[in-house]
Unconditional design. Structure first.
Length: 140
């Protein structure tokens, strides 16, 4: 099950069986009271409990691995192992490149260390349009 689907299942969403078809009706369910009443049978606390369970399980695994912070696992492949494939096609896969430990470029990090990425779009056209429209909005 996909990680993003699990909270919906925790809420008891009946649509979870069709997420992989890109037919998620969430946008309708969250805005339509009838759909919410008919398809969400659980409380938000169920989702909270689900994520608390995931966090606790991660902590337990990290203790077993001797890791104190989640960021210490980013790019670390020491704990991965290759399993034998169950089919001929799987046995042909060369996964060795995935098992190489990542090393950051000089002065870089393996993960995002900034509070917020700078926006790629500066909104120049939007600002220009706003300047043209504001006088008309102000005068109604």
């Amino acid at each position: 099950m996909a990680f993003k689907t699990a909270p919906m299942v925790a809420l008891g969403c009946k649509y979870s069986r069709i997420y992989h078809l890109n037919n998620c009706a969430t946008v309708f369910v969250t805005q339509n009271e009838d759909l919410r009443r008919n398809h969400y049978h659980y409380l938000p606390e169920c989702v909270r409990n689900y994520f608390l369970f995931i966090a606790q399980k991660c902590r337990e695994i990290m203790v077993q691995l001797g890791v104190t912070q989640l960021v210490d696992l980013i790019g670390c492949t020491d704990f991965l192992r290759k399993s034998e494939g169950m089919t001929t096609q799987q046995n042909k896969l060369d996964l060795s490149l995935f098992l190489v430990t990542a090393h950051p470029y000089l002065g870089q990090s393996l993960y995002c260390t900034e509070n917020r990425n700078s926006p790629l779009v500066r909104g120049f056209m939007n600002n220009r349009l706003n300047k043209q429209v504001i006088p008309y909005v102000d005068t109604k």
